[in-house]
Design a protein around this ligand. Structure first.
Ligand code: LLP
Length: 433
C-alpha cells in the first residue's frame, strides 16, 4: 500500500502506524479523539525551510513559523530549537510563544486589527517587528512606542493584487481584501511616506501574503515582481530602499493521493532565482527574504484518531459512519470542503469496499469530515484515522455543543508524550459563573 507520506505505515497486525508507533495502541492508551504529531517530521519540515532558505536566499533570510496553523508551547519550543522565527497574530499566540521561551526578537506580529493592549504587550516583550496593516494601526504603534520611549521596527503589509487560485476563503492577496494596504490604489505608497516621517517607527520593508494551500509557484513569483517593482519605485521616488521583503506563507500540502507531490526546496530555489534576476534587472540590492509557512510545517506531521460509533445506512441513499469528534476538532470540510484521506486504522489490510460519509457528532448537518469515503465494513469501536490534520484543526477547534477538545500527543523514538492535555468538563466550564 503506497502511503500518502513517508512517516505512515502498516504494521504486522494490520494497524496504521505513524513514526513507527501503532495508532490503535495510542487510541487505547490515550482515548479518542486524539491528535498525534510526529516530532521528527515537525523538525524535518522546519529544517527544510531553514536550510533551503539559507542556501537559496542567503544567511540573512528567515522562515517564520505561522503559529495560526497549530499553536501550543511545545510547538514554539520545537520552532525555537530549530532556529526558525514566528509569525503571531494575537496576544494569545504571543503569550504562548513567550511562555515557551521563544526568542521574541524573531517574532513578527501580524493581524488586521491589533488592539492597543496587544501592541503594548508586544512592545513590552520586545518583539522583533510589527507587520503593520493600515494607517490607524501605524498611528497606534507610534503613540505606544513613543510613550514607552522606544523606536519600533516595522514592515508594511501590502496587498499585491494577486489571485492565487485557491479557495476564496483562504485567498488574501487580492486588492479587495480585509488585509493590508493596496499597491494598485497608491495607498501603500502614501503609507510608506507617512511611516518614514514617524519618530518612533523604523520602517524596514514590506510583507505580502497571497493565500494558502497554493501549489503553483507562479503566483508567488508574480507577487514578488510587484513588490520588487514597488520597492524600486520607493527607492527612486523617496530614497527609501527596503531591506526586508516577507513573501508570506501558503505552500500547498498533500492531503490526498491526487494532490501533487511537492518539493519545497525546489520551490524555494525557483522563487529565489526569480527574485535574484528581478533584483538584478532593477539594480536592487537583494533584501533579506522571509517566508511564513504554517500548513507546510505542521499538516503532514499529524493525524487524528477517532472511535467509530453508529454506522447507519439509509436504504436507497447512503451510509453514515459517525465518529466521536467532528467539526469541533476539524471544521475544514464544513468550511472549505477540504479533502482528507480517511482509514480504518485497525483494519488496514482489509478491503475498503463500504462507501460512506464520515460524520461528526454535532447537531449540525454540515458537521462532516468527508464524503464518499471507502472503509472496510466499519463497526462501532473501530478506530478511524484522518490523515494530515496538523494544520488548522486544533487551532480552529471549538466547544460547540459543549464537546471537549481532544488530547494532542507527539511521538518520537517509539514513545508518545502529551503536549496538550485532553479538555475536561471542568476546564470547559471553568469560566462559567
Ligand atoms: N502568513 C499570513 C499573513 C497568513 O495569513 C497565513 C495564513 C500564513 C502566513 C500561513 O499560511 P500557510 O503556510 O499555512 O498556508 N484556516 C484555513 C487557512 C487560513 C490561512 C490563514 N493565513 C484552512 O484551514 O485552510
Amino acid at each position: 500500500m503506497k502511503m500518502l507520506h513517508d512517516n505512515l505505515g502498516v504494521n504486522e497486525k494490520g494497524h496504521l502506524t505513524i513514526a513507527g508507533v501503532d495508532t490503535v495502541v495510542l487510541a487505547k492508551e490515550h482515548g479518542t479523539p486524539l491528535i498525534v504529531f510526529d516530532e521528527n517530521k515537525l523538525r524535518e519540515n522546519c529544517r527544510i525551510y531553514k536550510e533551503s532558505m539559507a542556501r537559496h536566499f542567503g544567511e540573512n533570510s528567515l522562515a517564520l513559523y505561522a503559529g495560526k496553523a497549530f499553536c501550543c508551547k511545545e510547538m514554539y519550543r520545537i520552532a525555537a530549537d530549530e532556529g526558525v522565527g514566528a509569525d503571531v497574530v494575537s496576544g494569545g499566540e504571543l503569550y504562548t510563544a513567550v511562555s515557551a521561551g521563544f526568542p521574541t526578537d524573531r517574532v513578527f506580529f501580524h493581524g488586521n486589527n491589533k488592539t492597543d493592549a496587544e501592541i503594548a504587550y508586544a512592545i513590552d516583550n520586545r518583539i522583533g517587528y510589527f507587520v503593520v496593516d493600515n494607517r490607524e494601526e501605524l498611528d497606534a504603534i507610534q503613540a505606544i512606542a513613543h510613550k514607552k520611549g522606544i523606536v519600533q521596527k516595522i514592515i508594511l503589509r501590502a496587498t499585491p493584487g494577486i489571485d492565487p487560485h485557491t479557495h476564496a476563503k483562504i485567498s488574501t492577496g487580492k486588492v479587495d481584501s480585509k488585509f493590508g494596504t493596496a499597491v494598485e490604489t497608491g495607498q501603500i505608497e502614501a503609507l510608506t511616506d507617512y511611516a518614514l516621517e514617524l519618530e518612533n517607527i523604523d520602517l524596514k520593508g514590506y510583507h505580502c501574503h497571497i493565500g494558502s494551500q497554493v501549489f503553483d509557484i507562479d503566483p508567488f513569483c508574480d507577487a514578488a515582481d510587484i513588490m520588487l517593482d514597488f520597492i524600486a519605485k520607493m527607492r527612486e521616488h523617496k530614497g527609501f530602499e527596503a531591506s526586508v521583503l516577507n513573501l508570506g506563507g501558503g505552500f500547498g500540502v498533500r492531503y490526498v493521493q491526487s494532490d501533487p507531490e511537492i518539493d519545497y526546496d525546489k520551490n524555494i530555489g525557483e522563487i529565489s532565482e526569480h527574485v535574484k534576476s528581478k533584483c538584478s534587472s532593477l539594480n536592487l540590492k537583494m533584501p533579506a527574504v522571509l517566508m511564513e509557512p504554517g500548513r507546510s510545517i505542521v499538516a503532514d506531521a499529524a493525524l487524528t484518531l477517532y472511535t467509530a460509533g453508529s454506522v447507519k445506512t439509509i436504504t436507497g441513499y447512503k451510509s453514515y459512519v459517525s465518529i466521536d469528534g467532528g467539526m469541533t476538532d476539524n471544521p475544514r470540510y464544513a468550511l472549505y470542503q477540504s479533502e482528507y484521506t480517511v482509514y480504518c486504522a485497525n483494519k488496514m489490510n482489509e478491503t475498503p469496499d463500504f462507501k460512506c460519509t464520515v460524520a461528526g457528532r454535532c447537531c449540525e448537518s454540515g458537521d462532516l469530515i468527508q464524503e464518499n469515503v471507502l472503509l472496510p465494513s466499519p463497526k462501532r469501536g473501530d478506530i478511524i484515522a484522518v490523515l494530515v490534520t496538523g494544520a488548522y484543526n486544533y487551532s480552529m477547534a471549538s466547544n460547540y455543543n459543549r464537546v471537549t477538545r481532544p488530547e494532542v500527543v507527539s511521538v518520537k523514538d517509539g514513545k508518545a508524550k502529551v503536549i496538550i492535555k485532553r479538555e475536561t468538563y471542568e476546564h470547559m466550564t471553568a469560566l462559567d459563573v
